[in-house]
Structure formats: C-alpha cells, structure tokens
Design a protein around this ligand. Structure first.
Ligand SMILES: [Zn+2]
Length: 299
C-alpha cells in the first residue's frame, strides 16, 4: 500500500492502464486506433461532462485530419485518446471548470487531469526548443520528435515539481495568503523546486524567502498532480525553531501562526463549504486541504 493510500487526493488515484508497452509499437498503436477506440470530448482544455461522467466520441468517427491524438491508455480493454488541434492555441474552454469536474469520480478526474496536462503540452510544443523546426507527435503522444534532419531532438511532456509545506512551531501552524486569494483565505506556503535543489532544500529556501523562518526536519507527506498546466505538488511538513516572521510582501499579503483550535474550526468550515469567514481554508480540490486535515488528525 502506498503512503498516499490514506489520502483521497483529487487528480490522483486513476485506474487507467497507461500501457506504456504499446506507445512505442506503431502496429499496436494502429490497431488500437482502428478498433473501438474512444476520443475524449474537450471544450478547449475543459472537460465535457454528461450525467456526471466524461463524454467520449468514437475515435474513428470523431478524429479528423487536422487533429493529433494522444494515447491515454486502456480502460476496460478499450483504447482511449485525447485530441490536440494541429494548430492554434487552446482556449481554456467556455464552461466553468470546477462545477464540471466536481461531478466526476476520482478515477475520471485523474484521467481528465492527465489528458489536460498532456494536450496542453502538445499544443505548446509544436516547435523544437533546440532548433526551431516543427516537432511531430511520437510514442502515442508521450514524446515529440524534432523534424529537423540535423537535430532530431526528442522532447518529453514536462512535470514541474512544486513544494507545498506545512510549517509547525510548537502546536501552531504557519499559513499565508497571496493577494489573489479570496478575502480571509489562508493556505500552506508553496514554491517551485529550482534546478540544483532537493525537495528538502526547496522547502527550506521558500520558507526562509517568504517568511524569514529557518526550518528543519522536512518530511514528505503526500503529493498531487495538478494539471494547471503540469505541476506535481509535493506536500511536506517542516519544523520551525522560532516564530518571528519577516514577511516578503512581494510574495505574500500576510502570513500568521494559527493555533490547532483555530485551524480545526476553519477546516470544519471548509468541509461545510463556508467561504465568507475571517479565516478560511482551501476546499477539497487542493492538496493543502488534505495536508491540513492530516496535521489535525495527528494528536
Ligand atoms: Zn530540433
């Protein structure tokens, strides 16, 4: 059992067989596309949800010449694909994302998240970053190859690691808010891992930069794929030896220590869906919600 199994993390927990062995086998891919394959219906990057489920077309009738398709994997033995328009940029979609995805099962949400990241990556990588020639989809969509004779560089879908951390001092939790957050809303501090850093070092640097606190004993808790556009949120716990904050106001509007009682009350309100509070916490979709729930459960 994985460490993440105790968590119910949105966008994780998919059961699609990614069937990696088929991706590099042109005959297997051709056979998969010729059969009863399905093509995910998208509105820009947003899903089309019908009756609480992702909508699909038959691939053979839906895919046209101007669309590339990426292989998502096998579901109940059926090959599933997602479409990438051959040119132009992808719109975010006309509908509202969160009400649509709220209806999906964990498995379908995970599949949609993977498809969204992958389709978005293809749409943004039509040209080679090394030489500027056009790139072509390869390995069922898990690679793009440069078409320049002298280059032939291979490019792979990117995943951007982001640390998101609970910082604890005695029995208090440090949470901050960015100016773009709804009024009263606080969450765990977060930041991208930089080249040359371990996860532990990224946590320590971000906390020091944002609030002037030195942390120790960084431990990993759980992670979340976050397809906006392709982050991997790495949830951690860190311990602070002191509580004096020096807040970087270019990054954060505020940061504060909250008592366990304050956090418990705001967490219960978040579960009830209450937003208009002096101190509110993120809802179920965010990994911060699950990290805070985990922290509260530890006596
Ligand atoms: Zn190239």
């Amino acid at each position: 059992m994985s460490a993440g199994a105790m968590f119910d993390i949105p966008f994780a927990g998919g059961t699609t067989d990614r069937a990696d062995h088929m991706r590099g086998d042109p005959r297997a891919m051709a056979e998969a596309m010729a059969g009863d394959a399905l093509l995910l219906c998208l509105d820009g990057l947003n899903p089309i949800v019908e009756g609480g489920r992702l909508a699909w077309d038959r691939l053979e009738s839906a895919a046209r010449g101007d669309v590339e398709v990426v292989f998502l994997g096998l579901r109940e033995g059926r090959a599933c694909f997602a479409p990438v328009p051959a040119s132009g940029s992808l719109s975010p979609g006309s509908g509202r994302l969160w009400p649509a995805v709220a209806a999906l099962s964990a498995d379908e949400l995970a599949l949609y998240g993977a498809a969204r990241s992958l389709v978005n990556w293809h749409a943004r990588h039509r040209f080679c970053a090394a030489c500027g020639y056009p790139t072509a989809l390869a390995k069922g969509g898990w690679q793009r190859d440069c078409t320049g004779e002298a280059c032939r560089a291979q490019h792979f879908p990117r995943v951007d690691p982001v640390t998101i951390m609970l910082v604890q001092h005695e029995d208090m939790l440090l949470l901050g808010r960015q100016p773009r957050f709804p009024a009263g809303s606080y969450s765990a501090l977060a930041g991208f891992v930089e080249p040359g850093e371990s996860i532990e070092e990224a946590v320590a640097r971000e906390v020091l930069e944002e609030v002037g606190i030195r942390v120790r004993d960084v431990s990993y808790i759980v992670s979340q794929p976050w397809p906006f556009p392709s982050s991997l949120m790495i949830g951690c716990l860190a311990h602070a030896d002191h509580s004096e904050l020096t807040i970087d106001r270019t990054e954060l509007e505020d940061a504060r220590w909250f008592t366990r009682g304050e956090v418990a009350e705001a967490f219960a309100a978040a579960i009830r869906g209450e937003r208009d509070r002096e101190f509110s916490l993120p809802g179920h979709q965010a990994i911060a919600h699950h990290l805070i729930g985990w922290w509260l459960d530890r006596a």
